[in-house]
Write a protein that binds this ligand. Structure first.
Ligand SMILES: C[S@@+](CC[C@H](N)C(=O)[O-])C[C@H]1O[C@@H](n2cnc3c(N)ncnc32)[C@H](O)[C@@H]1O
Length: 278
């Protein structure tokens, strides 16, 4: 694991997007290619060779599951707003119906860059117009009250879907509890949360040992005590939410007609949770 590249948490947003670009049909993200750049490609090659080559497909499947789930909620008129925590370079606003309002929250440098590029591409008509509010926040700082007030005004009681994918690994336990407290204060009955995390099952795999070694050597600005596992009981014990669905890479591969290539020991299997406010 020597010579891992020095990477920042924000680089992971570019790399996750690059995974989706490499199998557009599986991910359903036909806009991921917009964010392609040489640094992300280099990190991607380094990461897939040192951690797991199947990371391309696991990330494509994750995006596909949430894309299809959000589309279904929209078709059934259950949501009017999508709020993406740690949105990175997700392109859901452009992949779903244009009637939906979007809020994208991430580290200030990530959202500033994304907003600039998106605004320019919309003005050149290379992307369709969408209603997106970008908010720069670091979830490791004292953000709670100001973000709560800003989001309450934006939501204005609209039924919403909150998504947090690929983020909890970078936060610690108290930061995770705080963010779910925020979700609870923001949402009304029947609103959704979609969340992604690793369970303790991943701890036994070779791929996870390599991920931790890679993260410890290469990633410089994650939260103290990050690299988080979230037991399924965390979601089951949320008093204000019903856990209505749990999927993962293997169950969704069956749904989307994909066959995993490597042995389970070499795959980083994330769980996808769908929660509904009581
Ligand atoms: C692996 S990327 C996933 C991006 C996106 N959700 C996706 O699935 O494509 C992790 C994202 O979480 C954001 N993130 C990590 N820690 C954060 C923090 N403390 N505050 C705000 N954003 C954070 C990163 O900037 C990055 O965009």
């Amino acid at each position: 694991m020597s010579n891992s590249k020095n990477i920042k948490v924000s680089d992971t947003a570019f790399v996750t997007c690059a995974f989706r670009r490499l199998n557009e049909k599986l991910s359903g993200d036909y806009y991921a290619k917009i964010w392609s750049n040489a640094n992300a490609e280099e990190i991607l090659r380094d990461y897939t060779s040192k951690v797991s080559a199947e990371e391309i497909e696991t990330h494509c499947i994750r995006n596909r599951y949430f894309l299809e789930t959000i589309k279904t909620c929209i078709e059934q008129s259950e949501i009017k707003m999508l709020i993406n925590f740690g949105a990175g370079f997700s392109m859901y606003p452009f992949l779903v119906d244009d009637s939906i309002a979007h809020v994208e929250i991430d580290k200030p440098e990530v959202v500033a860059y994304k907003e600039n590029v998106i605004t320019e591409l919309i003005s050149k008509k290379q992307l369709p117009k969408r209603d997106i509010t970008f908010i720069g926040v670091d979830f490791s700082t004292d953000y709670f009250n100001s973000l709560l007030n800003t989001l309450k005004q934006l939501i204005n009681n609209k039924p919403c879907f909150i998504i947090i994918e690929g983020v909890l690994f970078f936060l610690n336990k108290s930061e995770t509890e705080l963010i779910f407290k925020l979700f609870n204060e923001l949402q009304n009955t029947n609103d959704y949360v979609g969340s992604v995390s690793y369970t303790e099952d991943v701890l036994k795999t070779n791929a996870y040992s390599r991920l931790i070694a890679y993260t410890n050597q290469g990633l410089k600005d994650a939260s103290t005590e990050g690299c988080q596992i979230v037991p399924t009981q965390f979601y089951e014990n949320l008093k204000s939410y019903n856990l209505i669905e749990i999927q993962d890479y293997y169950s969704c591969s069956k749904i989307y007609g994909h066959t995993p290539k490597l042995s389970p020991n070499e795959i980083l299997n994330e769980s996808f949770y769908l929660l509904r406010k009581k």
